[in-house]
Write a protein that binds this ligand. Structure first.
Ligand SMILES: Cc1cc2nc3c(=O)[nH]c(=O)nc-3n(C[C@H](O)[C@H](O)[C@H](O)COP(=O)(O)OP(=O)(O)OC[C@H]3O[C@@H](n4cnc5c(N)ncnc54)[C@H](O)[C@@H]3O)c2cc1C
Length: 446
């Protein structure tokens, strides 16, 4: 198959922009990625991606999609110090008052810092002979008309022509939206779900035996709706723990070490506090905080006439509550969809954009419903509540409790949370019966 166009420009060189560039490199003669930030040649946090210094879980489906785009990436990451784990066996997962039962799931996860993942993916993209990455380059406008985008303008006035422009500018994403509006394109409808999530993250040295139970990772979300706290300690490269404490609706952890430790010691499970008691901080001044007021979904798939030569991808389409760890996985799945749609239509036409938005919308539907559905456990959450949410949340609570005593229910929940199985998997009558029985067992055991 020949190329579908001569030149594609990707605005934004973060995880979304990089996976997009990879998909486009097979379909365009040339791809140029533009990012306003300086892109480091080491696993360092970036100024324009302040969330990059916080725990980033890569779902199993996301790891698979990244390996599809970059074969052999997993081995490279492990060589660089990332930690492989079985999410059923190695994860100490405390939820609803107890630890999930552990079992050999046969699935392979990978735990590392977001900075290392982004750097490794960027290096793979830079190895593609037809891709150029230009950093310190801010895009300030789009060129073209309401029916066809023909390129971008960068700071200083340079115009770069393109057959396709991809908006991967992230959650802010507003620049390209307002530029489109300036050209006469209608803005997409937006759903906003107010969750007031806050993260504080610190890094610690990691030694064998830091967690008595032998787990490599620990994840905790407390007992909603009264308790809004969550915690994660992830083993990352360099024999370190990345520990993130926080929660929904202003249940945020302090940044000072004493306050951080106090927050950990008051959690309903002891594991994080014990870990902090044993592990030495890498640097006391490294604590960082990030607040995330609302999840936001832009419905590009509802646009009747999107312009040709332009699509959005990643957080610019949908920015999920980070506590569910879905964003990078969804961006990689969208990149795969974009490649398929370009192959199908053979050009970056308006039909291609429409089809892409429809399929990206389907990719987003499930994680968006799972995340916002979960967020509505808290009465403080504001926004459009999914239909039937109260009964679904009641049942999900039973299924979460069931994970403490039933391997079968834990397996289904794990597959659903890692986007390997649809949410209907947990609604099958046999699973529902098993979950309700096991939840009773867990409550009796607890
Ligand atoms: C606190 C937090 C924790 C998270 N945890 C997880 C997790 O555990 N797992 C997970 O999968 N996801 C997580 N996410 C989401 C994840 O970070 C994103 O989904 C992922 O990075 C994809 O984002 P993106 O590339 O679309 O946007 P971003 O990462 O925001 O990058 C946008 C890029 O565009 C560039 N840019 C913006 N405007 C311009 C312009 N005008 N010109 C040129 N360049 C521009 C910026 O410099 C930046 O590099 C988390 C997010 C947050 C906020």
């Amino acid at each position: 198959m020949g190329p579908v166009g001569r030149h594609a420009v990707v605005i934004g060189g973060s995880m979304g922009g990089l996976v997009a560039a990879r998909a486009l490199s097979d379909r365009f003669e040339r791809v140029t990625v533009l990012d306003r930030d300086t892109l480091p040649d080491e696993p360092r946090n970036r100024r324009a991606v302040p969330h990059g210094g916080h725990t980033h879980a890569l779902l199993i489906r996301g790891r698979q999609a990244l390996e599809q785009l970059f074969p052999g990436l997993g081995d490279e990451l492990v060589e660089a110090g990332a930690v492989r784990f079985d999410p059923g066996q190695d994860l100490l997962f405390y939820q609803m008052g107890g630890l999930r039962t552990r079992f050999n799931s046969g699935e392979l996860g990978i735990s590392l810092s977001r900075a290392l993942l982004e750097l490794s993916v960027r290096r793979r993209v830079l190895m593609l002979s037809n891709v150029t990455v230009r950093d310190s380059t801010s895009v300030v406008g789009l060129k073209g008309s309401a029916v066809r985008i023909t390129g971008v303008e960068v700071e200083g006035g340079e115009v770069i022509d393109a057959d396709l422009v991809v908006n991967a500018t992230g959650r802010g994403g507003g620049g390209p939206d307002s530029w489109l509006e300036g050209l006469g394109c209608p803005a997409p409808e937006v759903d906003t779900v107010k969750i007031d999530v806050g993260y504080t993250t610190r890094i610690f040295h990691r030694k064998p035996g830091d967690l008595h139970e032998g787990g490599l990772l620990y994840l905790m979300s407390a007992i909603p709706p009264h308790d809004k706290r969550a915690a994660a300690a992830f083993a990352i490269e360099g024999d370190r723990w990345m520990v993130t404490l926080g929660g929904w609706h202003k249940a945020h952890a302090p940044v000072d070490p004493a306050g951080f430790e106090k927050f950990a010691s008051e959690l309903p499970a002891r594991h994080v506090a014990e870990l902090l008691g044993r592990a030495e901080p890498v640097d006391d001044s490294d604590a960082r905080k990030f607040t995330f007021p609302a999840a936001r979904r832009r419905y590009f798939e509802r646009l009747r006439q999107p312009p040709s030569g332009f699509v959005a991808l990643g957080d610019a389409m949908c920015s999920f509550n980070p506590l569910y760890g879905q964003g990078m996985t969804v961006a990689a799945l969208e990149a795969l969809q974009l490649g398929r749609c370009l192959d199908h239509f053979g050009s970056p036409s308006a039909e291609m954009a429409r089809r892409y938005y429809r399929s990206a919308g389907k990719v987003i539907d499930t994680p968006w419903q799972m995340a916002t559905g979960g967020d509505f456990v808290y009465p403080e959450t504001q926004g459009p509540r999914p239909v039937g949410n109260k009964i679904v949340n009641w049942y999900v609570k039973q299924a979460m409790q069931a994970c403490q005593t039933s391997v079968q229910v834990h397996r289904v929940m794990l597959e659903m949370q890692h986007l390997l199985a649809p949410p209907t998997a947990v609604m099958r009558p046999a699973t529902v019966l098993r979950a309700l029985r096991a939840a009773r067992r867990s409550r009796r055991a607890g």
